[in-house]
Design a protein around this ligand. Structure first.
Ligand code: 9D3
Length: 255
């Protein structure tokens, strides 16, 4: 999978891609991240990439020319690519988007803007406009890294054995179960006994229950198309939760 990033801050992209799962995947040759510094694609002698907005107003606008020149060079090899503009006006990026981009198998060009945005004529050179969520960031570099990270994790072989993709599919559609490590007891807080039992079957059951409970309590909108087995567990959980609520709400009364 090849990612090509157009930015005025190449170091921001470079830095993140050196470490962890992403760094390893690149070392293994599973992914490649090529960075294009927009300042190398200006014809202006001061390497200027922005200018004042036509019509006036605050802030600067990124000029189209550096993007055009960089894209022209990138596209020379004729390989299939999807050109994506990162923008707060874009369609929201999700895990499903990540999966579909990986499946398509095309190279991905990520265009990062800064300042108030890019000259609107960029629209003639892009296939998609993507946002990573409804909050205001300072530019497209973090969104580009979010997209690169989430896609590389999906490449077979990118995750080490210790972080298995198998586990991910076992709990698919649910929030994660709780994790514990040593020590067994910390400031009188104990690790749940079941996890110390060595009974792997029981542990799997407990984890499934906890995943279902966390999803039900924190993100109920994620629960859909539950299997009959999961439905049964959920009903049990509900009666347990209700029982606790009743016990806390009402003092026992002696008749
Ligand atoms: C005053 C209007 N602002 C729009 C909300 C202007 C503006 C703010 C921030 C224009 C660009 C930016 C920089 N953000 C991105 O380039 C960006 C982004 C984001 O801010 N949030 C979520 N996803 C993305 S993808 C690119």
């Amino acid at each position: 999978m090849i990612f090509e990033v157009l930015t005025i801050f190449p170091e921001l992209i470079e830095c993140y891609t050196k470490y962890g799962v992403i760094g390893k995947a690149i070392e293994k040759g599973l992914a490649k991240v090529k960075i294009y510094n927009l300042r190398d694609y200006t014809s202006d002698k001061h390497k200027k990439v922005d200018d004042y907005p036509y019509g006036g107003g605050a802030g600067m606008v990124m000029q189209i020319e550096p993007f055009y020149n960089a894209l022209k060079e990138i596209k020379k090899d004729g390989k299939p690519r999807k050109v994506i503009l990162l923008s707060p006006k874009g369609i929201m990026f999700t895990q499903e988007t990540a999966k579909s981009f990986l499946t398509e198998g095309k190279g991905i060009v990520l265009i990062c803007g800064r300042y108030e945005g890019i000259d609107e004529r960029i629209k003639f050179f892009i296939e998609e406009e993507i946002s990573i969520g409804d909050y205001v960031l300072s530019g497209g570099e973090l969104p580009a890294l979010v997209i690169i990270d989430s896609i590389i994790r999906l490449i077979p072989g990118a995750l080490g054995d210790e972080i298995s993709a198998k586990e991910d599919s076992f709990m698919k559609g649910f929030l994660d179960y709780p994790h514990y490590t040593r020590p067994e007891e910390f400031e009188s807080m104990r690790v749940p006994e079941i996890l110390l039992s060595g009974n792997h079957k029981e542990i799997a059951v407990w984890r499934k229950r906890e995943a279902l409970k966390a999803t039900f309590q924190k993100r109920p909108e994620l629960l859909k198309n539950l299997s009959p087995e999961d439905m049964k567990i959920l009903k049990e959980l509900c009666s347990e939760i209700n029982k606790k609520i009743m016990e806390e709400a009402y003092e026992p009364v002696n008749h």
